[in-house]
Design a protein around this ligand. Structure first.
Ligand SMILES: Nc1ncnc2c1ncn2[C@@H]1O[C@H](COP(=O)(O)OP(=O)(O)OP(=O)(O)O)[C@@H](O)[C@H]1O
Ligand SMILES: [Mg+2]
Length: 269
């Protein structure tokens, strides 16, 4: 069991604070390589936070820490007021058991660059799988919701297709429907469109916009500046394992304050 000491500092639950994600001084190292050097980040319920930064700045690592796919070395992360991955006792953090971590993960949906669908299952079966196997939902109810979700992402006519019979954009929309099938309170997107041909990017972004309009809390790692500007409530720019700059996306994009942000935006705009 791993332990780490944290400052004893009371943090209000999301219900009171309106915060869905609270990261405080998150540190993460791989061996001697310190990848996250004290990340502070807050996302309010119903907001879309866009996370930008150069390759290797620690964006994916940070997202993976939020659902405890990576263990943090110091700091703390709360989702909806609940400490992720650890239980606090006597000022120390004790790692949760596998089962408890799995329970926390169920409420956090994740969509990756590569869609990671089960190739031997149809789109519909992919979406039904976790609710039935993990949540033990009755198959008929899971199926009904899966059909509604696939229709919502514009794939009502492709439910019987296997991933190999779908375009990249369609596969990614199935992956989003699959994450939504678990009824998460938070969605994490790690460069969901960067493996797609340019003409397929729009259809995936449209699904994400629709989700945002519907009030889903989202953290989106993306290089799609247009999306960040249009849909983002906040923009966080990371470099070298620290948050360099954050604020209103339109303001940060139009008027970046730090040289590193300026240089990065100049490259991607
Ligand atoms: N499991 C691991 N073991 C060792 N080093 C790792 C591991 N995962 C990530 N790293 C290192 O941590 C650093 C940050 O990686 P990360 O994937 O978080 O960056 P990123 O900002 O998502 O980059 P990109 O834009 O290329 O996806 C990199 O130097 C990477 O090599
Ligand atoms: Mg990454």
């Amino acid at each position: 069991m791993s332990e780490l000491t944290v400052p004893s500092q009371a943090t209000a639950p999301a219900a009171e604070s309106g915060l869905m994600v609270q990261a405080e001084q998150v540190h993460k190292s791989f061996g001697h390589l310190e990848v996250l050097k004290g990340i502070d980040l807050e996302v309010r319920s119903g907001e879309v936070c866009c996370l930008l930064g150069p390759s290797g700045s620690g964006k994916s690592t940070f997202l993976r820490c939020i659902n405890h796919l990576e263990k943090i070395n110091a700091g703390r992360i709360r989702v909806d007021g609940e400490l992720i991955g650890y239980r606090e006792h006597g000022g120390k953090l004790h790692e949760l058991r596998q089962k408890e971590v799995a329970a926390q993960r169920r409420s956090i949906g994740m969509v990756f660059q590569r869609f990671n669908l089960f190739p031997h299952m149809t789109a519909l079966e992919n979406v039904i799988e976790a609710p039935v196997r993990v949540k033990r939902e009755p198959k008929a109810a899971a199926r009904e919701r899966a059909e509604a979700l696939l229709a919502r992402v514009g794939l009502g006519d492709k439910m019987g297709n296997y991933p190999g019979q779908l375009s990249g954009g369609q596969q990614q929309r199935v992956a989003i429907a699959r994450a939504l099938a678990m009824q998460p309170k938070l969605m994490l997107f790690d460069e969901p469109t960067s493996a797609l041909d340019p003409e397929l990017v729009g259809e995936v972004l449209d699904v994400m916009k629709d989700l945002a309009r519907d009030g889903m809390t989202m953290i989106v790692v993306t290089h799609e500046i247009g999306f960040a500007r249009e849909v983002g409530d906040s923009l966080v720019f990371m470099d070298g394992g620290v948050v360099v700059e954050q604020g209103n996306p339109r303001e940060v994009i139009a008027n970046p304050q730090h040289d590193r942000t300026k240089a990065f935006l100049a490259k991607v705009l």
